[in-house]
Design a protein around this ligand. Structure first.
Ligand code: PMP
Length: 428
């Protein structure tokens, strides 16, 4: 028994030695970051082990949920704000206010950076998005205006910009910077004084519009849909990072599109580096983009009769899917090779599958992207270590009240069926 005790003593000592043995660790945080903006970008590219092992293909996700504002939108918000500062549209600590129409993520990113830079934020958002996003915005000190999406579209058909109607953005040459209108208010979006704009628009505006203009609060409309800085955040950020992280060995990039910034910017960069990289859209139900890619038109008339459009449904998958072509989408439309339509049920199944197998707790658009990854691999017949990259846009914690809420899903007629993913993985 003494020898047995000695044996255990020895084993324990060896275990301890092993635990404290200096291991070669790659130190990545070798500098001090100044403020929250320094934490944005340079996200890890992570192998999704369950899917990769099952497919024999490397499924790699860009962990964008690790950004300080919790989503891929931090990159876009930072670039939009800093570009506006360079253009003289925003001056820090002078009471400037940033306005944005968003389903949440972009607003949270803007509010986060705005506080650090000395701006106020007003976010105009539809009234059907997950409540925790509103809570996050309020906690970050943003003003929130909630609007009924369909009613904006009904009332101002020709001005409809999904969530907030407006008259253009400085970076879009087809329109002039001026103002945004929501269901309840109009906001002057320009660094020019109302008088200058009135001069400039002499004879164009009616007397009522001139009065309205004088009364409007001033601010900067970030306008992620039309603002080119969105595309550039990905063209100069996400794209090059993926290229570097894969050492240029990448066969496909898959993304959903809300504004289109991610797929256009990242896709165009990767295509520029290697024309053979497949750029593929993951489109949720109710979105018109799938048809645009596959058939050249947003809505097939026959199909549109039976199917509800994006703004008419209480969307389970948030952040992606749209029924018009934004400037940021147009900047990359020609590099998109293929598209998959992903059902809400498939996205829900994938999200649960990933928690069960990998411990990844992700939001709805990430789940859509990963379903599309599997579908692409199956369609291409890949099984020899090809590399498919995608975006893990945000975490499941942004989605407790809808996508990650079983009672809500039941009401929305969605059954959680993880085996859908097993079936998809084992299909030929
Ligand atoms: N996922 C989430 C959670 C989002 O909020 C968004 C942006 N609305 C996207 C994906 C889509 O990205 P993009 O706007 O670049 O098309």
């Amino acid at each position: 028994s003494t020898s047995l005790a000695l044996y255990f003593q020895d084993r324990r000592r060896k275990q301890l030695e092993k635990r404290f043995e200096p291991r070669p660790i790659e130190i990545r945080c070798d500098e001090i970051i100044h403020g929250v903006a320094g934490l944005i970008g340079n996200t890890p590219l992570v192998r999704i082990n369950s899917l990769s092992d099952a497919l024999g293909v490397e499924i790699l996700g860009k962990a964008e949920y690790l950004n300080p504002g919790g989503s891929v939108k931090d990159r876009v918000a930072l670039r939009m704000i800093e570009d506006a500062e360079r253009q003289g549209l925003l001056y820090p600590h002078t009471g400037s206010r940033i306005f944005e129409g968003t389903v949440g993520s972009t607003g949270i990113s803007i509010a986060t950076i705005a506080k650090a830079k000395g701006y106020d934020t007003t976010i105009i958002m539809p009234d059907d998005v997950a409540e925790e996003k509103v809570q996050a915005l309020l906690a970050l000190g943003a003003e929130v205006e909630r609007v009924r999406p369909a009613s904006i579209v009904d009332k101002k058909q020709n001005l409809a910009r999904d969530r907030a109607a407006h008259f253009g953005h400085p970076s879009n040459p087809n329109t002039r910077p001026s103002m945004i209108r929501t269901s309840t208010s109009s906001i002057l979006v320009s660094s020019s004084a109302p008088e200058e704009i009135l001069d400039e628009r002499h004879g164009i505006l009616s007397v009522e519009e001139q009065d309205e203009l004088r009364r409007m609060p001033r601010g900067f409309f970030a306008d992620q849909f039309e603002n080119r800085s969105n595309f550039e955040a990905h063209f100069f950020g996400t794209g090059p990072e993926i290229w570097r992280q894969t050492s240029g060995r990448v066969d496909a990039f898959i993304s959903g599109a809300g504004t289109g910034g991610t797929i256009s910017g990242t896709g165009r960069y990767l295509k520029t580096m290697n024309d053979d990289v497949l750029v593929v859209l993951a489109d949720p139900e109710g979105s018109g983009l799938y048809n645009k890619i596959k058939h050249g038109v947003m809505f097939d008339r026959r199909e549109a009769e039976g199917t509800k459009r994006r703004h008419q449904v209480d969307t389970v998958v948030e952040g992606i899917g749209i029924n018009r072509l934004t400037h940021n989408m147009e900047l990359g439309l020609d590099v998109i090779d293929d598209a998959f339509r992903i059902t809400d049920e498939e996205a829900v199944a994938m999200s649960r599958y990933l928690v069960q197998h990998d411990g990844f707790f992700l939001g709805s658009s990430s789940a859509c992207n990963l379903v599309a990854c599997v579908k692409l691999v199956k369609k291409m017949g890949w099984k020899n270590g090809e590399r498919v990259t995608t975006i893990l846009c945000d975490s499941g914690s942004r989605h407790y009240s809808k996508f990650w809420n079983d009672a809500y899903l039941t009401k929305a007629n969605i059954t959680v069926r993880t085996h859908l993913i097993d079936d998809l993985l084992s299909s030929e």
